[in-house]
Ligand binder design. Structure first.
Ligand SMILES: [Zn+2]
Ligand SMILES: [Zn+2]
Length: 87
């Protein structure tokens, strides 16, 4: 059976592959933060802790849409209720 070896440490078995370059890497070289090899891809412009601005902007849009829909639903219910009571 073929055992993958770390690209940096030929004596160490690889525990996984780099998410960026796909090379087998051992426990020492595996960067748990971003799933990349620590010495080659870990530092290259890959920011695992990016600010959550896009997500929060997305959610604020969703929340405002839901608020608008909720307001419309309440308005509709009020109109329906008024129509029911007017008969
Ligand atoms: Zn890599
Ligand atoms: Zn290694």
């Amino acid at each position: 059976m073929d055992v993958y070896r770390c690209m940096n440490h030929p004596e160490a078995p690889a525990i996984g592959q780099c998410r960026r370059c796909g090379k087998p890497i051992c426990n020492d070289c595996y960067n748990l933060d971003n799933g990349c090899c620590r010495y080659r891809c870990g530092e290259i412009g890959y920011a695992p802790h990016t600010p959550h601005r896009p997500k929060s902007a997305f959610w604020s849009v969703i929340v405002s849409l839901l608020a608008i829909l909720g307001g419309l639903a309440v308005l509709l219910l009020a109109i329906c209720g008024a129509m029911l009571f007017s008969y």
